[in-house]
Design a protein around this ligand. Sequence first.
Ligand SMILES: *[C@@H]1O[C@H](CO)[C@@H](O)[C@H](O)[C@H]1NC(C)=O
Ligand SMILES: *[C@@H]1O[C@H](CO)[C@@H](O)[C@H](O)[C@H]1NC(C)=O
Ligand SMILES: *[C@@H]1O[C@H](CO)[C@@H](O)[C@H](O)[C@H]1NC(C)=O
Ligand SMILES: *[C@@H]1O[C@H](CO)[C@@H](O)[C@H](O)[C@H]1NC(C)=O
Ligand SMILES: *[C@@H]1O[C@H](CO)[C@@H](O)[C@H](O)[C@H]1NC(C)=O
Ligand SMILES: *[C@@H]1O[C@H](CO)[C@@H](O)[C@H](O)[C@H]1NC(C)=O
Ligand SMILES: *[C@@H]1O[C@H](CO)[C@@H](O)[C@H](O)[C@H]1NC(C)=O
Ligand SMILES: *[C@@H]1O[C@H](CO)[C@@H](O)[C@H](O)[C@H]1NC(C)=O
Ligand SMILES: *[C@@H]1O[C@H](CO)[C@@H](O)[C@H](O)[C@H]1NC(C)=O
Ligand SMILES: *[C@@H]1O[C@H](CO)[C@@H](O)[C@H](O)[C@H]1NC(C)=O
Ligand SMILES: [Fe+2]
Length: 537
Amino acid sequence: MKSSTVASLALVATLWLSLLCALTALTSASYDDDLLQSVTSRYVRPNMLSPDIPLTDIRVQSRSGGVEQVHLTAGRHDRVYLVYVREIPDNFSGQLPLQGTVRFGTDPSSLGTETLATGRVYSGMQEYNSYLWNPPMGEPTLNKSAIAALMNTESWTKKWWPLYNNDTAADIPNNKSVNAAYNNPASYYQSPLVYTARLDNLLPNTKYYYDIDGEYTGNFSTNPAPGDMSRPLTIGMWADVGQTNVSALNMEYMLNTVDPHLFMLAADLSYADAYWPRWDSWGRLMEPLMSTKLGLFGQADHEFNVFNENNVAYMFRYPTPFEESNSPTFEYYSYKTGPLHVITLGSYTVFKKGSAQYIWLEHELTKVNRTLTPWLMVMLHVPWYCSNFVHIGEGKLMREAMEPLLYKYGVDVLLAGHVHAYERTHPVYNNATNPCGTVHLDLGDAGNREGAYIPWLEPQPSWSAFRESSFGVGKMTIYNETHAHYEWHRVACEDTNATICATAGDNSAQAHIPSDSTWIVRDTVRCPSRLMPTSAP
Ligand SMILES: *[C@@H]1O[C@H](CO)[C@@H](O)[C@H](O)[C@H]1NC(C)=O
Ligand SMILES: *[C@@H]1O[C@H](CO)[C@@H](O)[C@H](O)[C@H]1NC(C)=O
Ligand SMILES: *[C@@H]1O[C@H](CO)[C@@H](O)[C@H](O)[C@H]1NC(C)=O
Ligand SMILES: *[C@@H]1O[C@H](CO)[C@@H](O)[C@H](O)[C@H]1NC(C)=O
Ligand SMILES: *[C@@H]1O[C@H](CO)[C@@H](O)[C@H](O)[C@H]1NC(C)=O
Ligand SMILES: *[C@@H]1O[C@H](CO)[C@@H](O)[C@H](O)[C@H]1NC(C)=O
Ligand SMILES: *[C@@H]1O[C@H](CO)[C@@H](O)[C@H](O)[C@H]1NC(C)=O
Ligand SMILES: *[C@@H]1O[C@H](CO)[C@@H](O)[C@H](O)[C@H]1NC(C)=O
Ligand SMILES: *[C@@H]1O[C@H](CO)[C@@H](O)[C@H](O)[C@H]1NC(C)=O
Ligand SMILES: *[C@@H]1O[C@H](CO)[C@@H](O)[C@H](O)[C@H]1NC(C)=O
Ligand SMILES: [Fe+2]
């Protein structure tokens, strides 16, 4: 039998089982675990390894001072943040252009509104982490000689200086991250000018055109106002993106096929890991999607704690609507559109009872209007439910601290990342399937260089609905207050024995089929918590 037929049958079976589950959820009076199917996909991505796209690649080239890395983040349904970047050329002289102008409007031939863009720069200390010069996969981005040259202090310090060191490639330890001396100029990174503009008073469901400094034009569509359920709302979901050929395929797939109203990126964006210029190459690689689709971003280990980035690049480049959400920090916020109220949390932000994040979350939950926005979703990074051995149990403490709150307020769906494999759960609470629990989607599989994770915990836990070790993106379409259809699509390396799973050419004919597909149904009769908070006492 041809493998495509097998895949189609698997698809049909999955669809059928999913429908069965949805019907069961709708009709049966008691919740029977036995009726909930658990699928471990036969497919395991062959060789998961793909290298970061080289800095010489045409897709990540600098525009030498021109407008680049344009991206949009959703602020409120009537507000969008537009961010762009300009490099400061080596031969630049005069005054730094700290202000830019963004014009926008609904008529491309007459952009009626003008707003100021504010430019800022930041600095970082360079870290030459092992992935960049001796990665566990593919060709290194930097070779040892190049790193030795960067670390060599001979050109700038006196020979008697204690930190004097003329490292050669042979001195660089194998498979180790190396820091250049703090006073080695070669270890300093200065960002380009990062401009942020706030586009306000936008009409819902409307196409807008914009012009940046008379130099760059684009367009985007605004989302429905909260409560507007007149049209289905499509949400793209992904996490742990990185900057390999697989990341690029996922990005193109998100743009052209998912074609979402809004994408949610559950953290781990660039995998720059304190090799700071990699934030710029990521911004360039993602521009085709991000300059035209609205995104919501989260931050986690690869923004925060990996090699002490401390969220600096993230904070400057990916604004979140936290002030709009009465949140004290960009690390957690909320956003409302159409039938949806999203709450984004920080997995690496203190979460225990009594913490600022916990207090804010509890208050935010009391403000949800389930008539206006019945669908309540949480986005965070480290999954609370995950049956993949890599990272298993990391989300336990946060789950223990916050899951009772999410259950009380009947959170419908939780989107996570971090684990580089795909997994969906049945509605689950307190480590057991529960019809009034939350469906967890672990989507940390959007293409980064670290590859897909195996093995799975066996037997598959009863709360685990579908799991597969490969890379792709999720798509959820909310039709009305009770029904959403959800799919996960495997994107690269469908059924191939390729040793490097990284190119478009590695995809076979059946790439992009929905590998997991199900209805998510909000049953407010069986689960009154899905109407929480109720305004009636
Ligand atoms: C700086 O260099 C670029 C290209 O290398 C050139 O096009 C530009 O005219 C130069 N600008 C100045 C002010 O010299
Ligand atoms: C290392 O990389 C540098 C810069 O890309 C290049 O000039 C050099 O030839 C490389 N050396 C080796 C040994 O590959
Ligand atoms: C630097 O390199 C020179 C020649 O390669 C060598 O003689 C000297 O000892 C080295 N210095 C240090 C501090 O390693
Ligand atoms: C270091 O990396 C190389 C190349 O990836 C690998 O062959 C070697 O086993 C690694 N060494 C250790 C000690 O991990
Ligand atoms: C809107 O932007 C996209 C992406 O840049 C572009 O392909 C498309 O042509 C634009 N549409 C219009 C009507 O300008
Ligand atoms: C919730 O939204 C509904 C529908 O827009 C509205 O009628 C109601 O007043 C809102 N409730 C509160 C407490 O704001
Ligand atoms: C959750 O349930 C699994 C069995 O599905 C069990 O192995 C595990 O110990 C439980 N974890 C907790 C925290 O109760
Ligand atoms: C909600 O949408 C689903 C899927 O399109 C449909 O089957 C169902 O009848 C709709 N429910 C209502 C109340 O419109
Ligand atoms: C992949 O390799 C396995 C084992 O060598 C073989 O059985 C299978 O047919 C191959 N699949 C494809 C799509 O070539
Ligand atoms: C990545 O994609 C580019 C362009 O399609 C191709 O030239 C390159 O060989 C690919 N790299 C790998 C490692 O497959
Ligand atoms: Fe992560």
